[in-house]
Design a protein around this ligand. Structure first.
Ligand SMILES: Cc1ncc(COP(=O)(O)O)c(C=O)c1O
Length: 451
C-alpha cells in the first residue's frame, strides 16, 4: 500500500518515506525469486564481494538459509552429518527434509557454559563411521565468537566428495579482514549462510546465501528458496542488503580494523576490573576478537542479571545474555565513547553478596539415543504423559533450554532419567524452555506407538 491509509501512529513511527518505499515485486522492480535486472546485478555484486560464484538474498533470516541448504541437498532417509549443538533452524530442516541426522559432537566449555564449534577429529570419525552420508553441515562461528577450523572441516568433506554446507550466520564480516577468523567461503565450502542483519548494517531478517561451484545444483537451491521465502519480499529489506554489501565492500577492511582495535582496548580495560571475566580468546584456538563475552558471576550477577542491570540502570542494551555471560558485539557502528560507557558501567557494578551460583550445563548422562528420525517422530501419533513417566519413551517435541538454545531433546530421541532431572534443574534456575506444549513441564508429548 506504500503507506496509503496507514494509521497516524505507524506513520509517526516509520516516517512517510519508509512507508512509501514499502513495495514488493511490481513491474520493473525485479523479482527476488527470478532476478533479471537490478536485483540480479545486486546479487552478482554481492557474490563478487564475498568471493562466491553466486549469491541469493534472503528475507527470512539465516534460518531460511539453513533450511534451504539442507532441503536442496539431502532427502528423506539420507544421512547428513550435523552438529547436535546446532541452531534450531537446522533441527527444523531435519523435520522438513526427512534427512537422517548423524550428530557430530561439539566440545562443551564448562567455564563459558557453551558449546564450541565441531572439531575436525569429530568430523573425521563420523565420516569414517558413516560412509553413506550425503552431506556435511557445520556452524563456522558461534554467537560467542568461537570459530571452527574451517579449512580442515571443508577439506574432510571434499575428500569424500560431499557438499559442505555452513551456517556462518555470525560471520558475514569475516572475509573483509585478515585478522578475523577464516570464512568458510574462503575455505571453499559449497553453500554458506550469512546474517547480514547481525553484524552488517542490513535490516533485521535480511541475510544472504552464497555458493561456490556446482556440487549442489543451484536450481534445487532456488526451488527450495521459492518454497521457503515469501512471494512478497519487503523491498526495504532487500535494499538494505544491497546497501550493506556496498558499505562493507568499499570500506570493510578499514571499518573492521577499527572494530578490532576498539574491542581489543575494551577487553584490556575490562581485564583490569576486579571480579569480571572476559573469556573467549583464552579458551578458543580461533576467535572473532570483535566479540566481547563478559561474566560477572564473582560479583553476584548471572548473565541475565547483568543484561538487566545494564539496561535498567545504565541505558545500555547488549546483544544477548545467558546464565553466565553477556555478549557484546563491537562493530563499525560503535564509537569509542560507546565502549567507554560500557567499561564505566561495568567498573561501577555494585558487588552483590556472594558469587552467583549457576548449574553446570554439562549433561551428566549419555547423549540421547535416537530411536526415530526427527521427521518420523514429528509425524507419529503422539500422546501427553506426566514427565515422571517419560524415561524410556520417545520424545515428540523439541525441549530447548533457552539459553543456550540447543535442544536437550529433539523429536525421535529417547528420554532418560538424566534428562528429566536436567530439565527440572533448568526450570528451577529460571531458564525458559522453548518448544514444549506444556511450559511448566508437568507433562511432555511422546510418541504413542513406538515402532
Ligand atoms: C548460529 C545461528 N545460526 C542461525 C541463526 C538464525 O539466524 P536468523 O536470525 O538470521 O534467522 C542464528 C540466530 O541467532 C544463530 O545463532
Amino acid at each position: 500500500m506504500q503507506g496509503r491509509g496507514a494509521p497516524e501512529d505507524l506513520r509517526a513511527l516509520m516516517g512517510t518515506l519508509a512507508l512509501a518505499a514499502d513495495t514488493t515485486q511490481v513491474l520493473d522492480l525485479d523479482d527476488i525469486h527470478r532476478p533479471r535486472t537490478a536485483l540480479k546485478a545486486s546479487m552478482e555484486l554481492a557474490a563478487r564481494a564475498w568471493g562466491a560464484d553466486r549469491t541469493w538474498f534472503l528475507v527470512n533470516g539465516s534460518s531460511c538459509g539453513n533450511l534451504a541448504m539442507i532441503l536442496a541437498t539431502v532427502g528423506p532417509g539420507q544421512e547428513i552429518l550435523v552438529p547436535r549443538a546446532a541452531h534450531r533452524s537446522v533441527h527444523g530442516a531435519l523435520v522438513l527434509s526427512g534427512a537422517r541426522p548423524v550428530y557430530l559432537e561439539s566440545p562443551l566449555d564448562d567455564e563459558m557454559g557453551v558449546h564450541h564449534p565441531v572439531e575436525p577429529e569429530a568430523l573425521a570419525r563420523a565420516l569414517e563411521a558413516h560412509p553413506q552420508a550425503r552431506a556435511v553441515f557445520f556452524t563456522s562461528v558461534t554467537p560467542y565468537g568461537a570459530a571452527a577450523a574451517v579449512e580442515d572441516l571443508v577439506a574432510l568433506g571434499r575428500q569424500r566428495g560431499l557438499p559442505v554446507l555452513v551456517d556462518e550466520a555470525w560471520g558475514p564480516h569475516l572475509v573483509f579482514h585478515p585478522d578475523l577468523p577464516t570464512s568458510a567461503l574462503t575455505a571453499g565450502a559449497d553453500l554458506v549462510v550469512h546474517s547480514a542483519h547481525k553484524l552488517l548494517s542490513a535490516l533485521s531478517q535480511a541475510s544472504m546465501m552464497h555458493q561456490s561451484g556446482h556440487r549442489v545444483d543451484p536450481a534445487r537451491v532456488e526451488l527450495a528458496l521459492r518454497m521457503l521465502q515469501s512471494t512478497s519480499p519487503n523491498c526495504l529489506l532487500v535494499a538494505s542488503l544491497d546497501s550493506a554489501r556496498r558499505q562493507v565492500a568499499l570500506q570493510g577492511t578499514r571499518d573492521w580494523q577499527r572494530a578490532l582495535d576498539l574491542a581489543g582496548a575494551t577487553r584490556e580495560a575490562l581485564a583490569r576490573v576486579p571480579g569480571l571475566r572476559c573469556p573467549g580468546p583464552d579458551r578458543c584456538a580461533r576467535y572473532d576478537r570483535t566479540r566481547l563475552v563478559v561474566s560477572a558471576l564473582a560479583l553476584g550477577y548471572t548473565g541475565v542479571d547483568l543484561e538487566r542491570h545494564l539496561r535498567d540502570h545504565e541505558a545500555i542494551q547488549v546483544e544477548m545474555s545467558d546464565l553466565r555471560n553477556i555478549v557484546v558485539l563491537v562493530t563499525p557502528a560503535h564509537q569509542s565513547r560507546d565502549l567507554e560507557r560500557l567499561v564505566g558501567a561495568l567498573a561501577r557494578l555494585p558487588r552483590r553478596q556472594g558469587p552467583a551460583r549457576v548449574p553446570s550445563l554439562a549433561a551428566t548422562f549419555p547423549p540421547p539415543e535416537q530411536a526415530m528420525t526427527p521427521r518420523e517422530a514429528f509425524y507419529a501419533s503422539t500422546c501427553v504423559i506426566p514427565i515422571s513417566q517419560a524415561p524410556g519413551r520417545i520424545c515428540a517435541e523439541f525441549l530447548t533450554p533457552y539459553p543456550p538454545g540447543i535442544p536437550l531433546l529433539c523429536p525421535g530421541e529417547v528420554f532418560c532419567a538424566g534428562h528429566v532431572d536436567h530439565l527440572a534443574r533448568a526450570l528451577a534456575a529460571g531458564i525458559p524452555l522453548e518448544g514444549p506444549a506444556d511450559p511448566t513441564l508437568q507433562t511432555v508429548r511422546v510418541v504413542a506407538d513406538p515402532p
